[in-house]
Design a protein around this ligand. Structure first.
Ligand code: ADP
Length: 609
């Protein structure tokens, strides 16, 4: 079992930019202890392969001399070779050397070194160095990126550029414009605490967990749950180091301000003049973003979180059709979540087998519907099938009017029930949901990782139309795929007026090679089956990026041809994050790096020699 002893102290924000906030001390300790008590793997193991995983095609001598060059360029203390035992850690103490939630071998996607630039000029120096030596680099901001690949470079042996460690300044918070400018290492936790410390009536928008990078999440097109939940839509102005080392500012920032200052409207207007280029730097490998502006939400007079339960699995279609007009008419204040009741069990932080009626601890089967029902009946929301979590914003009178409309709609589902936070015990998830939906970052969502020993997870995140019959088709395909591979299904639907981010979490034991192999097969099959229905992923783990990119193949892959043209023009030596989002530079293209739908054996993820 896990090692309760010899734990290093949890880093908090006062000590470390990536730490947890002091106000969450109790929660952080409890979360870590629970995760470690469900760990059967040792904290680290000796490296099995070569002590250093060299970049492809680079000899040990050439690597050594390149590293000397890099040390000379940005300081020896800012370059670290990855030759140590790999430590998966946990959310707050996450590694920058590999993917903590490895679905290949722990060493399968490991870096050769990590470099810590301290300024935009340093980032330019690193990029120029990579071009000189033909070594692939992989930028991360915090490197948490849970469920999508963590800090791992797609090309093993790549050099991770850890931007966050030394570039984590909150460069500006403008109370009048309601905006901020941040460097890559600024987490939601830190931005939130800073705004509180300054006493400004502004909200940030945070994802379910608050340790990610505000900048990194926005360029990866992540989402949160206040009215400002579309992070990329709410960014305003970027500074980018291009793969050739040149520096670019987007939006109004392309026009200099007077006397060498930043343009005064850089954080006021996103698009400026000419083609809107910001988008090509999101989910791409076309540049390294060193600064980003974000709009902040003026704190509303009031907000009210709530949930509804619905009794039957088959209510699903009707619920989706009821949400659509509420969302399109903007009666719903944010992007609400529709979850299956099994997630009420998972968020208790207990292991899956504790809910089994037969006492069987075999890891490879789903809970039965009966087991879910029996367990749910003993929980605060009681027996049900679906739970809708929403929040309304505004003044008290408008919130009351909005809630009346929402209640009138959901009352059409026989047996639906309505809950406010005060109806539920303080430990119930609705209280954490209320915090997130009011822009207060928390750690609660770590709890469901305890479902499996050595809990790790993968996100499967397709987009479906907000139409009951379509939602049912994708849901049924995902249900069937999970049943085939013995994984419980945790559907979290983020439902907007016209589309649903259908987010599912595949929770697996990262110490169990068989479970990993099943998870890979499950992902591959779902990607293919959903694509056949016209439903594509909005984001994916880096090992599935080739397959997902391959599904966006209208007109014989016109989109990928366009991306490759841009990539080759901006990055002729192919040094920046080759393979990210399925975009391979010419140097790597067609040489065996791409992983397709049939690549279910992840033992070898590069060219098969
Ligand atoms: P998180 O914010 O969850 O810790 P990361 O820092 O790992 O996430 O960022 C998510 C992904 O976005 C990374 O894998 C990386 O490919 C990309 N990314 C992050 N920061 C930058 C950046 N400053 N410039 C370019 N790409 C970045």
């Amino acid at each position: 079992m896990g090692d309760g002893k010899n734990l290093t102290p949890i880093p908090y924000l006062k000590d470390k930019y990536s730490g947890a906030p002091e106000r969450l001390r109790r929660e952080a300790e409890a979360a870590r202890d629970r995760l470690f008590s469900n760990r059967t793997l040792p904290p680290s193991q000796p490296r099995k392969g070569d002590p250093i995983r060299l970049p492809p095609g680079v000899s040990a001598e050439a690597f050594e001399s390149a590293i000397q060059d890099l040390r000379g360029a940005i300081g020896a203390e800012n370059v670290q070779i990855t030759d140590q035992a790999l430590v998966d850690g946990w959310y707050v103490e996450s590694p920058n050397t590999h993917d903590a939630f490895h679905i290949v071998d722990q060493e399968g996607l490991v870096s050769s070194a990590v470099v810590y630039p301290g300024s935009t000029a340093d980032v330019q120096a690193v990029v120029r160095w990579a071009n000189r030596h033909g070594i692939p680099i992989y930028p991360i901001s915090l490197g948490r990126n849970v469920g999508y690949g963590g800090a791992a470079p797609r090309v093993p042996g790549g050099v991770v550029v850890d931007l966050g460690r030394r570039m984590h300044g909150i460069l500006d918070i403008d109370g009048e414009n309601a905006s901020c400018v941040v460097e890559p290492g600024v987490t939601y936790f830190r931005l939130y605490e800073e705004i509180q410390a300054r006493g400004l009536p502004l909200w940030i928008d945070t994802p379910d967990l608050g340790g990610g990078s505000v900048l990194g999440n926005a360029i990866d097109r992540g989402v949160g749950y206040t009215p400002y939940g579309d992070h990329f839509a709410n960014h305003c102005g970027m500074e980018i180091v291009l793969p050739n080392g040149e520096l670019l500012r987007t939006g109004m920032g392309a026009m200099p301000g007077p006397n060498g200052t930043d343009n005064p409207t850089w954080q006021s207007f996103q698009h400026a003049f000419g083609p809107a280029v910001d988008g090509i730097f999101s989910q791409s490998n076309f540049g390294i973003v060193t600064k980003m502006g974000m709009h902040l939400m003026p704190a509303p007079e009031a907000h009210q979180s709530y949930c509804f339960t619905f009794p039957r699995d088959d209510d699903f279609e009707q619920i989706v059709d009821l949400i659509r007009p509420l969302a399109q008419r903007r009666i719903l204040g944010n992007i609400p979540q529709l979850r299956h009741v099994i997630e009420e069990l998972a968020i208790t932080g207990k292991r899956q087998h504790t809910f089994r009626l037969d006492g069987d601890t075999n890891a490879n089967r789903q809970l039965t519907r009966e087991e879910v029902h029996v367990a749910a009946a003993g929980l605060p929301l009681g027996e049900c099938a679906w739970v809708f979590y929403g929040t309304q914003y505004g003044d008290r009178a408008s919130i009351a009017a909005q809630l009346d409309a929402v209640k009138a709609a959901f009352a059409q589902v026989a047996g639906s029930r309505f809950f406010l936070p005060e109806d539920l015990p303080p430990s119930h998830y609705l209280h954490d949901r209320a915090r997130v939906c009011a822009g207060t970052p928390v750690l609660r969502e770590l709890d469901w990782l305890n479902w499996a020993a050595n809990g790790a997870h993968l996100f499967f995140s397709p987009i479906a139309p907000t139409r009951g019959r379509d939602a049912r088709r994708i849901h049924e395909a995902i249900v069937a795929a999970h049943a085939r591979h013995g994984f419980d299904l945790f559907p979290t639907l983020c439902v907007a007026g016209r589309e649903i981010h259908y987010i599912t979490n595949i929770v697996y034991d990262r110490g169990d090679a068989g479970a990993k192999a099943r998870a890979v097969r499950l992902m591959r099959e779902m990607i293919a089956e959903c694509a056949a229905m016209g439903f594509g992923e909005y984001r994916t783990h880096l090992l599935f990026a080739d397959q997902v990119a391959g599904t966006y193949n209208w007109n014989h892959g016109a989109l990928m041809r366009f991306n490759e043209t841009v990539k080759d023009a901006l990055d002729p030596n192919g040094i920046l994050a080759p393979g990210r989002n399925g975009i391979w530079p010419r140097k790597y293209r067609g040489k065996g790096w791409e992983l397709g739908a049939d690549d279910v054996d992840m033992k070898v993820i590069g060219p098969k020699l």
